[in-house]
Design a protein around this ligand. Structure first.
Ligand code: CP
Length: 424
């Protein structure tokens, strides 16, 4: 049977309510709701009264994971029968939230409690022509956790593209070998070109300075989960994006995806020459959001609900542009203590630059519970599982095919993360 915490959290998620508005909806005080949401081991934990449990049971049900007919969700964000995920522009709010509900349903598998084999026999082609740790491995792991297997190629050196083979030929060749393809490539638009030459699902794992749509999906998933814990809503959130906003494809996708929500304030903190591309700023403003471009951390981080830091993309700029990057963009314990609030969610797509003197997210924050960076990386698994399940049309089968994982898995993934992942 679902426990009290899970029942309440699931109801809040499916109704998309903050803790305050959920307490209002139940007609109880926020304090009472907080005490019901504490772990049963806490001295402050209280059982919710039977009358509230009955009220919860009477609330509208969430649509099942595979709302509608199998394939309906896929049809909602893919075009002309081509089941690709190339850009966050393919989503509207309802569709992205439906996809994230599928990701929620993947949690027991992603956290190694359950096993499914819905993709048994299917093969993923994971083609990475730029360096990657998270995206490449988590796409592979997500496919394997659905029961499939993975063939990888990394870098141009170990691919026949180094001999001059075109994207079109590579795409056609891979189509004969695998069932879905993830591509990362240094040129903007190259993954779309790859997709034009195949009928298999193609997922953009990052195309130059263009987009990184699944990173934005996992970032939104993380923000929603962190906000749920904090009793906040994405609507009206203040989001500070900091760093190399010109070259960072993760922030390009994220600002577009968050713009599907209402009334956000985006504070874009970038040094001269590394600002967010004007087209993306204009699109966010045209969608009704407040967009402030500021040059200092002090101006950007004030009252931020989310601080999203990015690495300087040295590989995409010349030496002189790099020297212009000021030292006061370093985000460390001191910056957080002076500029952020106790519930600011601190995010970064990673990798962060850990070299001496780097102006990136500092490792002195690693014990700070506001630092959500590893919860972000962990969330890449359920989100990418959801993307595969939907694109390959098996999302409705996952719930029917679950078995308990027979091996011993860790109770926690990293120090202090268990409560955030609801493992404790
Ligand atoms: N966030 C991200 O894309 O990381 P990798 O470059 O390691 O894949």
């Amino acid at each position: 049977m679902e426990d009290q915490q899970a029942t309440l959290r699931n109801a809040m998620t499916r109704l998309d309510l903050t803790r305050d508005s959920f307490a209002d909806r139940l007609g109880v005080s926020r304090r009472a709701l907080d005490s019901w949401l504490l772990p049963a081991t806490s001295g402050e934990h209280r059982r919710m009264p039977g009358v509230v449990a009955k009220l919860l049971a009477g609330l509208p049900e969430a649509p099942p994971v595979a709302a509608g007919a199998p394939g309906e969700l896929r049809a909602r964000f893919t075009k002309r029968g081509k089941p690709h995920l190339l850009s966050v522009a393919q989503f509207d709010r309802e569709t992205v939230e439906a996809l994230l509900r599928v990701a929620e349903a993947m949690e027991p598998i992603a956290r190694r409690r359950k096993v499914t084999r819905v993709l048994e026999g299917a093969v993923l082609g994971n083609l990475f022509f730029e360096p990657s740790t998270r995206t490449r491995v988590s796409f592979g792991a997500a496919f394997c956790r659905l029961g499939g297997s993975v063939c990888d190629t990394t870098g141009f050196t170990f691919s026949s593209m180094v001999k001059g083979e075109s994207i079109a030929d590579t795409s056609r060749v891979m189509s004969g070998y695998v069932d879905a393809i993830v591509v990362r490539h240094p040129e903007q638009g190259s993954v779309a070109e790859f997709a034009r030459h195949t009928h298999l699902p193609v997922i953009n794992g990052g195309d130059g300075t263009g987009e990184h749509p699944t990173q934005a999906l996992l970032d939104l998933y993380t923000i929603r989960r962190e906000f749920e814990r904090l009793g906040k809503s994405v609507d009206g959130a203040r989001v500070a994006m900091v760093g190399d906003l010109r070259h960072g494809r993760t922030v390009h996708s994220l600002i577009r995806l968050l713009s599907l929500y209402r009334g956000l304030t985006f504070r874009l903190v970038a040094p001269p020459s590394l600002e967010m591309p004007p087209a993306l700023v204009e699109a966010a403003a045209a969608a009704g959001h407040k967009v402030e471009q500021v040059a200092t951390l002090a101006d950007g981080l004030r009252n931020a609900d989310v601080l999203y830091a990015t690495r300087i993309q040295k590989e995409r700029m010349s030496g002189e542009a790099l020297e212009a990057y000021p030292a006061d963009f370093r985000i460390d314990r001191r910056a957080l203590a002076t500029l952020c609030s106790p519930d600011t969610v601190v995010m970064h797509p990673l990798p962060r630059d850990g070299s001496a003197g780097a102006n990136d997210l500092s490792t002195d924050l690693d014990d700070d519970p506001r630092l959500a960076i590893f919860r972000q990386t962990d969330n890449g698994i359920p989100v990418r599982m959801a993307v595969f399940a939907v694109l390959l049309g098996v999302e409705h089968l996952v719930g029917r095919d679950l078995r308990d994982a027979p091996w011993i898995s860790p109770a926690r993934l990293g120090p202090g993360d268990a409560p955030f992942h609801r493992l404790a």
